[in-house]
Ligand binder design. Structure first.
Ligand code: ZN
Length: 683
C-alpha cells in the first residue's frame, strides 16, 4: 500500500488551518485522517476513526487536556477540524474504573464533556481512543488485515504478518467493553504499536500523526504481502451462456423486493437498486463455494447495519427465460426473508430492551454469472451498500485464497444490527413523499426539465435527466444533482440504452415525465410534409417510444407507476400556423388516455400537464419578443396575457407534474397550468 505522506502537504495543511486558529496537532490530525479516508482499501463511507490528544482552552481560560476524536457522521476523506470534536480527556479516562456502562450512558457522558455543546456525537469508539496512551490513534477496517483475521486461525496468520509489534484483542462488540479490553491488552504489552481487533479491524498508535499513519500503511502492506503468499485458486463455476443482461433483471428484482404496504391502494415500500458487475464481483458470485462463503457473515461487524448479516443468492438468469428467473428469484427472496425472521426471533429474546424488527428484505443480491445488486432506501444508501458488498467480495476472495473465510457469530451480528443506538434512530426522520421512487425526465436539459428534476428531488425521488448529451445536459445535472443520461428520444436504440442505464443505476422506474418537445410552424395547407413528419417524430412518436420503454420496466416490477406527459394548449386550442406542433400534441393527449385505459389494471397511471406560455426551449426569448410585437403589447403583458394576469413558470409546471405523481387515484387527467385560457379550457 502506497505511503501518501508528504512533508510539503502536511506543512501546507498546518499553515492553512493556522490562519483559521486551528492548532498544529489538529491540523495534522485532519491531514492524515484524510489520507486514510481516501484509501478505499482502508476506509469506506464513514468507517474507521481517528483521534489526537492535545490541549484546548475552556471558557474560563484554563488550558485542559482534550481528545479530538472523529464525530459520528463525518467522512474521513473530507473531514474538517469541526468533524473532530474536542472532549475533556480526564473524565473520559476516569471511566476506565467502571465495570460496565451502557451505550446510552456512554454517549450521554461523552456529549456532556464536549467543549462545544453543538458538536456532533463523538465516535462510539471514543473511549477506546481515550484509554490508550498514545497521542495519535488511527483506526481502519483495512481489507488486507480483515482477510487475515477473518479466518479460523486469524490470530496466527496476523502474528505471521505483524510479528510482535501487534497485540491481539478477541472480538467484543464496539463500545465500553471493547475499550476496556483494548486498554487491558495494551497494558499487558505496552510496547505494541498496533492493536488487531480480531474479526473487526486495526488500530495503529503513534506519538506523531506521521508515525501512526505510516504504521497503518506498513501493517496493511505486511498483510498484503502475507496474502500474496501460498494462494490457492478459488474454483469458479462455468455457467451456461448466454445470460440475460443486468438491465433486464433489475426491475424483476426490484419488484420482488418491494414491500406491500397496501397493494390495493397502490402503496409500496420500494427500494433503489444498483448493479456492480466488475471482475471482483464476478469472481465472487461465480465461485464454486459461493453458497458457503457468502453466507458466513460480514467482514467487519458494522457492515451488518448496511447490508444485513448475509446476502441472498438468486439463480443465474438464463437468456430467454425471464419468467423462470423471476420464479427462482422469488423463492430465494422469500427463503431469505423467512431465514431473517427466524434470526430476529432467535436473538430478539436475549435480555435487554425489546427490539423493533427491521424489514426482512435483503440489501445485497448475488447473481451468478453476472455480479451483484445492492438495495437501499436511497441512491446514496444503495451506493454505500454496493461499495461494502464489493469490499466484502474482495476480502472474502482473499481469505479463501489462503484459508477459509470466517465471520463473527450470528448472535454478535445481531447485536450490531440491532444495536440500541441504531434502534434509537428508527422512525426519527419521516421519509419524504417520493423517497425510494425513481423518476426519468426527458427534455431534461430545458427549463421545465430541470425545474421538474428539482421538484422531484425535493420530494425525495432519485432522478435521471434524459437529453441529448451536450453542455446543456451537463449544466442541468450540475444544478439538480440528477443522473445524466444521454438520450435522443427520436432514436429507438438510444432510448433502449437510456432506460437500460436507468435500470442498472437505480434498479427500475416508477415515474416517467415525458417532456421533450419542440415547436414547428407552418400553415397547414402549404406546410412541407417533412416538417409535419419531423414534428410528429418528436411530439408524438418520442412520447410513445419512451412510454413503451417505461411500461416495459413497470410491468416487470409489478408495483404500478406513473406516466406523465407534457401536452400543450395547442392540443386543444390550435393557434394560427401552429398545426405542425398542435397535431402531434393532440395525438399525444389521446395517447395519455390510451395508456390510462390499457394499463389501469396494472396500477400504471397516465396523466398530462397542459401548460402554456412558459419561457423555455420551445418558447424562446426571440419568439416571445416577436409575438408581443405582433400583438402590440409589451413582453411582460404578453407573458401575463391570461385570466389571472400571472406569468406561468417552469416551476409551476414542475409542481403540477409532482401533484400528479402523488395523486394515486388520478389517471387520464389533464391538469391545465396556463394562468387561465377559456378557449383552451378542457371540459
Ligand atoms: Zn471499527
Amino acid at each position: 500500500m502506497l505511503n501518501r505522506w508528504s512533508d510539503a502537504d502536511a506543512r501546507a495543511t498546518v499553515e492553512r488551518y493556522a490562519r483559521q486558529g486551528v492548532s498544529e496537532d489538529l491540523a495534522l490530525r485532519v491531514y492524515t485522517s484524510r489520507l486514510l479516508g481516501r484509501e478505499p482499501a482502508l476506509v469506506l463511507h464513514g468507517g474507521g476513526n481517528t483521534s489526537v490528544k492535545t490541549t484546548a482552552r475552556d471558557i474560563t481560560g484554563e488550558t485542559i487536556e482534550v481528545l479530538c476524536v472523529k464525530g459520528s457522521g463525518s467522512d474521513m476523506a473530507e473531514i474538517e477540524p469541526a468533524g473532530l470534536p474536542a472532549v475533556r480527556l480526564a473524565p473520559l479516562r476516569d471511566l476506565l474504573a467502571l465495570d460496565r456502562l451502557s451505550d446510552e450512558d456512554m454517549v450521554n457522558f461523552q456529549r456532556r464533556n464536549l467543549l462545544d455543546s453543538t458538536a456532533p456525537n463523538p465516535s462510539v469508539e471514543t473511549l477506546l481512543h481515550a484509554f490508550l496512551p498514545h497521542k495519535f490513534v488511527d483506526h481502519t477496517h483495512s481489507n488486507a488485515v480483515l482477510a487475515l483475521t477473518d479466518q479460523p486461525d486469524g490470530e496466527a496468520l496476523c502474528r505471521e504478518a505483524f510479528g510482535d509489534r501487534a497485540a491481539y484483542v478477541p472480538y467484543v462488540m464496539p463500545g465500553f467493553a471493547l475499550a476496556k479490553s483494548c486498554a487491558a491488552v495494551h497494558a499487558q504489552d505496552p510496547e505494541a504499536d498496533t492493536l488487531i481487533l480480531l474479526k473487526h479491524g486495526i488500530f495503529t498508535l503513534g506519538q506523531s500523526a506521521r508515525e501512526a499513519y505510516e504504521r497503518m500503511i506498513e501493517r496493511a502492506s505486511q498483510a498484503e504481502a502475507r496474502l500474496a503468499r501460498g494462494r490457492k485458486t478459488v474454483v469458479q463455476v462455468k455457467l451456461p451462456q448466454p445470460l440475460a443482461g443486468a438491465a433486464a433483471i433489475a426491475p424483476i428484482l426490484r419488484g420482488l423486493l418491494a414491500i406491500d404496504l397496501d397493494r390495493a391502494e397502490g402503496s409500496w415500500k420500494r427500494f433503489v437498486l444498483e448493479f456492480r458487475g466488475g471482475p471482483i464481483a464476478r469472481a465472487f458470485v461465480d465461485g464454486a463455494q459461493l453458497a458457503r462463503y457468502s453466507q458466513a457473515g460480514t467482514i467487519t461487524p458494522d457492515h451488518a447495519i448496511r447490508t444485513k448479516p448475509w446476502p441472498v443468492i438468486v439463480p443465474a438468469p438464463t437468456s430467454g427465460d425471464l419468467d423462470g428467473f423471476a420464479a427462482g428469484a422469488r423463492d430465494a427472496i422469500e427463503a431469505f426473508k423467512s431465514r431473517y425472521r427466524g434470526y430476529v426471533e432467535r436473538h430478539a429474546r436475549r435480555g435487554g430492551a425489546a427490539k423493533t424488527p427491521l424489514d426482512p428484505a435483503p440489501r445485497v443480491l448475488l447473481v451468478p454469472g453476472m455480479g451483484l445488486f445492492a438495495a437501499g432506501d436511497s441512491a446514496k444508501a444503495t451506493r454505500v451498500a454496493a461499495d461494502i458488498a464489493e469490499a466484502a467480495a474482495s476480502v472474502i476472495l482473499d481469505a479463501e485464497a489462503i484459508g477459509r473465510f470466517e465471520s463473527i457469530a450470528e448472535a454478535d451480528l445481531f447485536d450490531i444490527e440491532y444495536w440500541s443506538l441504531e434502534q434509537a434512530k428508527l422512525g426519527k426522520a419521516a421519509e419524504k413523499p417520493l423517497a425510494r421512487h425513481i423518476v426519468a425526465i426527458t427534455g431534461g436539459a430545458g427549463a421545465i426539465g430541470s425545474a421538474t428534476a428539482l421538484a422531484f428531488k425535493a420530494a425525495g425521488a432519485e432522478v435521471a435527466l434524459l437529453d441529448r448529451d451536450d453542455g446543456a445536459l451537463e449544466a442541468a445535472v450540475r444544478k439538480t444533482g440528477a443522473l445524466a443520461v444521454g438520450c435522443d428520444v427520436t432514436d429507438d436504440a438510444s432510448v433502449k440504452a437510456a432506460f437500460a442505464r436507468i435500470a442498472e443505476s437505480f434498479g427500475g422506474l416508477d415515474i416517467l415525465v415525458s417532456n421533450a418537445g419542440a415547436a414547428w410552424q407552418g400553415r397547414i395547407g402549404e406546410v412541407d410534409d417533412k416538417i409535419l413528419r419531423e414534428s410528429f417524430e418528436l411530439n408524438f412518436f418520442a412520447h410513445q417510444r419512451v412510454a413503451q420503454a417505461a411500461v416495459a420496466i413497470m410491468l416487470k416490477q409489478k408495483i404500478g407507476g406513473a406516466l406523465l406527459f407534457n401536452a400543450s394548449k395547442q392540443a386543444v386550442n390550435p393557434g394560427p400556423d401552429f398545426g405542425p406542433y398542435g397535431l402531434p400534441k393532440a395525438a399525444t393527449l389521446f395517447l395519455v388516455r390510451q395508456y390510462a385505459l390499457d394499463y389501469g389494471a396494472d396500477g400504471i397511471r397516465a396523466n398530462a400537464v397542459n401548460a402554456d406560455r412558459i419561457r423555455s426551449g420551445i418558447l424562446t426569448d426571440d419568439f416571445i419578443k416577436e409575438r408581443a410585437k405582433a400583438r402590440g403589447v409589451s413582453e411582460q403583458n404578453y407573458m401575463t396575457g391570461n385570466l389571472l394576469h400571472r406569468e406561468v413558470t417552469a416551476d409551476d409546471v414542475a409542481q403540477a407534474f409532482l401533484a400528479q405523481a402523488l395523486a394515486l387515484k388520478t389517471t387520464a387527467d389533464v391538469t391545465t397550468v396556463d394562468g387561465g385560457n377559456i378557449a383552451a379550457a378542457l371540459r
